[in-house]
Design a protein. Structure first.
Length: 198
Protein backbone atom coordinates (compact mmCIF):
# COMPACT_ATOMS: atom_id res chain seq x y z
CA UNK A 1 0.00 0.00 0.00
CA UNK A 2 1.44 3.42 -0.92
CA UNK A 3 2.29 5.72 1.96
CA UNK A 4 1.45 9.37 2.36
CA UNK A 5 3.84 11.69 0.55
CA UNK A 6 6.02 13.97 2.63
CA UNK A 7 4.76 17.44 3.45
CA UNK A 8 6.08 20.75 2.21
CA UNK A 9 6.16 23.97 4.19
CA UNK A 10 2.66 25.44 4.17
CA UNK A 11 2.21 28.85 2.64
CA UNK A 12 2.28 31.53 1.61
CA UNK A 13 -1.41 31.95 2.28
CA UNK A 14 -3.65 33.63 -0.21
CA UNK A 15 -5.53 35.44 2.55
CA UNK A 16 -8.10 36.97 0.22
CA UNK A 17 -9.14 33.42 -0.78
CA UNK A 18 -8.79 31.49 2.49
CA UNK A 19 -10.18 34.21 4.80
CA UNK A 20 -11.83 36.68 2.40
CA UNK A 21 -14.05 38.39 4.99
CA UNK A 22 -10.96 39.92 6.57
CA UNK A 23 -10.38 41.66 3.22
CA UNK A 24 -13.95 42.89 2.69
CA UNK A 25 -14.86 40.04 0.34
CA UNK A 26 -17.63 37.44 0.54
CA UNK A 27 -16.44 33.89 1.14
CA UNK A 28 -17.84 30.44 1.75
CA UNK A 29 -16.79 30.17 5.41
CA UNK A 30 -15.53 32.58 8.03
CA UNK A 31 -15.18 32.89 11.79
CA UNK A 32 -18.96 33.02 12.40
CA UNK A 33 -20.05 29.37 12.47
CA UNK A 34 -23.54 29.97 13.84
CA UNK A 35 -26.32 32.11 12.43
CA UNK A 36 -28.44 34.02 14.94
CA UNK A 37 -31.18 31.37 14.72
CA UNK A 38 -28.79 28.50 15.50
CA UNK A 39 -29.93 26.45 18.48
CA UNK A 40 -27.72 26.23 21.53
CA UNK A 41 -25.61 28.51 23.71
CA UNK A 42 -23.90 31.12 21.55
CA UNK A 43 -20.28 31.63 22.60
CA UNK A 44 -17.14 33.39 21.49
CA UNK A 45 -13.70 31.77 21.53
CA UNK A 46 -10.64 33.98 21.59
CA UNK A 47 -6.98 33.24 21.98
CA UNK A 48 -3.47 33.51 20.65
CA UNK A 49 -1.19 31.28 18.60
CA UNK A 50 2.29 31.35 20.12
CA UNK A 51 5.69 29.93 19.24
CA UNK A 52 7.96 28.13 21.73
CA UNK A 53 9.20 31.42 23.18
CA UNK A 54 5.69 32.75 23.74
CA UNK A 55 5.88 35.15 20.79
CA UNK A 56 2.87 35.59 18.48
CA UNK A 57 2.85 33.35 15.44
CA UNK A 58 1.82 35.38 12.42
CA UNK A 59 0.67 33.99 9.06
CA UNK A 60 -1.33 31.29 10.82
CA UNK A 61 -4.86 30.05 10.20
CA UNK A 62 -7.22 27.78 12.14
CA UNK A 63 -9.86 25.56 10.60
CA UNK A 64 -12.71 24.82 12.98
CA UNK A 65 -14.91 21.70 12.88
CA UNK A 66 -17.50 20.80 15.50
CA UNK A 67 -20.83 19.17 16.25
CA UNK A 68 -24.01 21.18 16.75
CA UNK A 69 -25.74 21.70 20.10
CA UNK A 70 -27.42 18.28 19.73
CA UNK A 71 -24.06 16.57 19.29
CA UNK A 72 -24.28 15.88 15.55
CA UNK A 73 -21.81 16.84 12.83
CA UNK A 74 -23.07 18.39 9.61
CA UNK A 75 -21.48 15.58 7.61
CA UNK A 76 -22.69 12.57 5.64
CA UNK A 77 -20.40 10.48 7.85
CA UNK A 78 -22.61 11.33 10.85
CA UNK A 79 -25.80 9.59 9.75
CA UNK A 80 -27.54 9.29 13.14
CA UNK A 81 -31.14 10.02 12.15
CA UNK A 82 -32.22 10.21 15.81
CA UNK A 83 -30.01 13.29 16.37
CA UNK A 84 -31.24 16.44 14.61
CA UNK A 85 -29.21 18.64 12.31
CA UNK A 86 -29.54 22.42 12.55
CA UNK A 87 -29.86 24.27 9.21
CA UNK A 88 -28.60 27.46 10.87
CA UNK A 89 -25.31 25.85 11.89
CA UNK A 90 -22.58 24.61 9.55
CA UNK A 91 -20.06 23.49 12.15
CA UNK A 92 -17.14 24.59 9.94
CA UNK A 93 -15.18 27.82 9.80
CA UNK A 94 -11.81 29.48 9.33
CA UNK A 95 -10.01 32.28 11.10
CA UNK A 96 -6.53 33.73 10.62
CA UNK A 97 -4.29 35.02 13.36
CA UNK A 98 -3.47 38.68 13.07
CA UNK A 99 -0.10 40.36 13.50
CA UNK A 100 -0.27 39.69 17.23
CA UNK A 101 -1.21 36.03 16.74
CA UNK A 102 -4.75 36.66 17.99
CA UNK A 103 -7.86 34.88 16.75
CA UNK A 104 -11.59 35.11 17.52
CA UNK A 105 -14.50 32.98 16.35
CA UNK A 106 -18.18 32.85 17.22
CA UNK A 107 -20.07 29.60 17.44
CA UNK A 108 -22.36 27.58 19.69
CA UNK A 109 -21.26 25.26 22.44
CA UNK A 110 -21.29 21.75 20.94
CA UNK A 111 -23.14 18.81 22.39
CA UNK A 112 -21.53 15.52 23.35
CA UNK A 113 -20.79 13.08 20.54
CA UNK A 114 -20.12 9.34 20.81
CA UNK A 115 -16.56 8.12 20.45
CA UNK A 116 -15.08 4.67 19.95
CA UNK A 117 -17.45 2.02 21.26
CA UNK A 118 -20.11 4.72 21.75
CA UNK A 119 -18.29 6.08 24.81
CA UNK A 120 -19.51 9.66 25.34
CA UNK A 121 -17.00 12.37 24.52
CA UNK A 122 -17.01 15.67 26.34
CA UNK A 123 -18.18 18.64 24.26
CA UNK A 124 -15.21 19.79 22.19
CA UNK A 125 -14.16 21.67 19.08
CA UNK A 126 -11.66 20.22 16.58
CA UNK A 127 -8.99 22.64 15.38
CA UNK A 128 -6.48 22.34 12.55
CA UNK A 129 -3.59 24.80 12.59
CA UNK A 130 -1.89 25.89 9.37
CA UNK A 131 1.15 28.16 9.34
CA UNK A 132 4.08 29.13 7.16
CA UNK A 133 6.24 28.19 10.17
CA UNK A 134 5.10 24.54 10.04
CA UNK A 135 6.06 21.72 7.70
CA UNK A 136 2.62 20.14 8.13
CA UNK A 137 -0.65 21.18 9.71
CA UNK A 138 -1.38 20.29 13.34
CA UNK A 139 -4.54 18.88 14.91
CA UNK A 140 -5.78 19.66 18.39
CA UNK A 141 -8.98 19.93 20.39
CA UNK A 142 -10.58 22.58 22.55
CA UNK A 143 -12.52 21.40 25.62
CA UNK A 144 -14.49 23.59 28.03
CA UNK A 145 -13.55 24.41 31.64
CA UNK A 146 -17.19 24.29 32.78
CA UNK A 147 -17.63 20.67 31.60
CA UNK A 148 -15.67 19.15 34.48
CA UNK A 149 -17.67 15.91 34.83
CA UNK A 150 -17.74 15.27 31.07
CA UNK A 151 -14.02 16.07 30.76
CA UNK A 152 -13.22 13.60 33.56
CA UNK A 153 -14.67 10.69 31.57
CA UNK A 154 -13.72 11.80 28.06
CA UNK A 155 -11.86 8.90 26.39
CA UNK A 156 -9.39 11.20 24.58
CA UNK A 157 -8.53 13.38 27.57
CA UNK A 158 -8.11 10.31 29.77
CA UNK A 159 -5.24 9.11 27.54
CA UNK A 160 -3.32 12.37 27.98
CA UNK A 161 -0.88 12.89 30.82
CA UNK A 162 -2.75 14.73 33.57
CA UNK A 163 -0.18 17.53 33.64
CA UNK A 164 -0.77 18.32 29.96
CA UNK A 165 -4.58 18.15 29.81
CA UNK A 166 -4.91 21.80 30.80
CA UNK A 167 -3.43 22.78 27.43
CA UNK A 168 -6.69 21.61 25.84
CA UNK A 169 -9.08 23.33 28.25
CA UNK A 170 -10.56 26.71 27.30
CA UNK A 171 -11.25 28.94 30.31
CA UNK A 172 -14.78 30.33 30.60
CA UNK A 173 -15.59 33.88 31.56
CA UNK A 174 -18.78 35.87 31.48
CA UNK A 175 -18.72 39.28 29.80
CA UNK A 176 -21.30 41.95 29.02
CA UNK A 177 -21.41 40.52 25.48
CA UNK A 178 -21.96 36.92 26.59
CA UNK A 179 -19.82 33.88 27.35
CA UNK A 180 -16.20 33.93 26.16
CA UNK A 181 -13.76 31.02 26.26
CA UNK A 182 -10.03 31.85 26.29
CA UNK A 183 -7.81 29.34 24.51
CA UNK A 184 -4.16 29.79 23.56
CA UNK A 185 -2.27 27.43 21.28
CA UNK A 186 1.44 27.07 21.97
CA UNK A 187 3.63 25.20 19.48
CA UNK A 188 6.42 24.12 21.85
CA UNK A 189 8.14 24.84 25.14
CA UNK A 190 6.48 25.24 28.53
CA UNK A 191 2.72 24.73 28.21
CA UNK A 192 2.99 23.22 24.73
CA UNK A 193 -0.48 22.37 23.42
CA UNK A 194 -1.24 18.69 22.96
CA UNK A 195 -1.41 17.85 19.24
CA UNK A 196 -2.84 14.66 17.74
CA UNK A 197 -1.98 12.30 14.90
CA UNK A 198 -4.96 11.68 12.65
Amino acid sequence: MPKQTSSNTIGPFFHHIMTPEEHGLKGIVDNHLAKKKAKGKHIRVEGRILDGEGKPLRAAMLEIWQANANGRYNSAADDRADVKLDKSFSGFGRVSAGEKGKFVFETIKPGSVPGTGNAPQAPHINLTLFSAALHSHLYTRLYFSDEVDANDIDPVLSHIDEGRRETLIAKRRKTNDGVVYKFDIRLSGDGETVFFDV
